[in-house]
Design a protein around this ligand. Structure first.
Ligand SMILES: [Cu+2]
Length: 511
């Protein structure tokens, strides 16, 4: 059953509906051509709980080779390994030190995405880690339990470094979350799931390039979860907590279960919601995270799937783009993300149930905002015609050419320019809108709440404490600035990493 299912998924992925019904033999041969593996057990990153390690951990940023497909080695990057990194668990109230040694031979940085820490230890492009050196930030953890992640944020090359493997999960835990009896046995009933799409040729990871690709952001034909192709997770027959991290460069996932079962969304980027929200599908943009509870007590195998992502620049939707690009983005049916196989024996816990209520949060009070700023996330700056003609912009060698294709409020990112100055402790309303396509806006060093979207009440998915939000129609965000940025600046940027690298980023400091 599961096997057939996997084959159907591969077949749909490879050929669309055309070959449907032509039988397993065909699917099998295509599968062979692609060197696609048998379903593989989901990799669970090692867990490093910093409390058990004297409040310190070491990350070595290194090169390696990874066999995503059997017998096919890809050159990749990772933290303490060849692809991705260990899960770091920190406790609210603690001060932790992470020693990051750069063994890449290239510059890198490590940004703690979603962690509220002073700008000089945030790991943005200014906290460069030169080859052969070690960066030792001390991170004061003072925020509610949440699923965060860490990743490269090196100027101009974030997209390539993250694509090639530089990302990992960062969990904040606190006493409050333990009150709710949520599944919390790491790797058993509490699973970190880094979702990524990547492009493979003959089973080897390749980095797509070219103007159209970079405008839409790099996409891939293969889903990875924690770096595993075609993954199966064995889970106990009970309620299981899934912590989704969208670690793709550009892909928006629209997640659902193939059998249509409902699940409960319990935490946004900033931590637990007030009430669990019953959903049948959940969309997740790059940089966003979500925690959900899923009931596997019926023991039935089921696949998590994602709908096609139609988010691409308006121009490309109009002219169509290269055929294979369109096929990859638009014509595919639902694509398998991860298969779940409930087992009798894996459970160590007694029955858990979905809590009625979770945390209490103050309602967003927009009357506290002392000013409003507007941010237009721009594409096609420097002249669309110049870009189309292949001069500057996102063409190779275009970086730093002064012909940036992306920006905010008409300006491309400049390392030497502070775009905004805010007062520490203030609330402000940041109103953001996205041009040509939806852009996931991430603001460093803050939590915010969505006040409105497109002039109307925010959607169900907009609720909760956030640090990343998908923007197209104008959204109003109530932002509080609690972290100092006097010795360094905080970034705000599109989390389609190719847009970020090509100028859709700004920086702010605090007084
Ligand atoms: Cu963008």
């Amino acid at each position: 059953m599961l096997q057939d299912d996997v084959m159907m998924s591969r077949r749909a992925l490879l050929t669309g509906a055309a070959l449907a019904g032509t039988g397993v033999a065909v699917a099998g041969s295509l599968w062979h051509d692609r060197a696609a593996p048998e379903p593989q057990l989901l990799r669970i990153p090692d867990l490093i709980d910093l409390r058990g390690m004297g409040q310190s951990a070491s990350l070595k940023v290194q090169r390696g080779t990874t066999s995503f497909f059997p017998g096919r080695e890809s050159r990749t990057l990772g933290y303490n390994g060849s692809y991705l990194g260990p899960t770091l668990r920190v406790h609210s109230g603690d001060d932790v030190e992470v020693a990051v040694t750069n063994a890449l031979g290239d510059d890198t940085t490590v940004h703690w995405h979603g962690l509220l820490v002073p700008a000089e230890v945030d790991g943005g492009p200014h906290q460069l880690i030169r080859p052969g050196t070690t960066w030792r930030p001390v991170l004061p953890v003072r925020q509610p339990a949440a699923t965060l992640f860490y990743h490269s944020h090196v100027h101009d090359r974030t997209a390539e470094q993250v694509y090639t493997g530089l990302a990992g999960v960062l969990l904040v835990t606190d006493d409050e979350e333990n009150l709710f009896g949520l599944p919390s046995e790491y790797g058993v009933d509490d699973l970190p799931l880094v979702l990524q799409d990547r492009q493979f040729e003959d089973g080897r990871l390749v980095i797509p390039n070219g103007m159209m690709t970079l405008m839409a952001g790099r996409r891939g034909d293969t889903m990875l979860v924690n770096g595993t192709v075609n993954p199966i997770a064995r889970v106990p027959r009970q309620l299981v907590r899934l912590r989704f991290v969208n670690g793709s460069n550009a892909r928006i996932f629209d997640l659902s279960f193939r059998d249509g079962r409902t699940f409960h969304w319990i935490a946004s980027e900033g931590g637990l919601l007030e009430l669990p929200v019953k959903l049948q599908s959940l969309s997740l943009a790059p940089g966003e995270r979500a925690e959900v509870l899923v009931d596997f007590s019926d023991g039935r195998s089921v696949a998590l799937q994602t709908a096609p992502d139609r988010n691409m620049p308006t121009m490309m939707r109009m002219v169509g783009g290269p055929r294979n690009f369109l096929r990859d983005l638009v014509d595919l049916d639902h694509e398998r993300v991860l298969a779940f196989e409930p087992t009798e024996t894996a459970g160590h816990r007694t029955k858990t149930t979905v809590p009625d209520r979770l945390v209490t949060r103050p309602n967003p009070d927009s009357s506290r905002a002392v000013r409003r700023r507007r941010f237009a996330l721009n594409m096609g700056m420097g002249g669309m015609m110049a870009m189309m003609a292949g001069r500057g912009g996102m063409m190779e060698g275009g970086r730093g050419s002064g012909m940036a294709m992306a920006g905010i409020n008409g300006r491309a990112f400049d390392m030497d320019r502070i775009d905004e100055k805010v007062r520490l402790g203030d609330f402000e309303i940041w109103e953001a809108s996205g041009e040509m396509m939806a852009h996931p806006l991430h603001i460093h060093g803050v939590h915010f709440q969505v006040l409105s979207r497109g002039g109307a009440k925010p959607s169900v998915r907009d609720q909760g404490i956030r640090d990343t939000v998908l923007v197209k129609e104008p959204v109003e965000l109530l932002v509080q600035f609690t972290q100092p940025a006097t010795r360094a600046a905080f970034m705000y940027h599109c989390h389609i990493l190719e847009h970020e690298d090509n100028g859709m980023m700004g920086q702010f400091t605090t007084d």
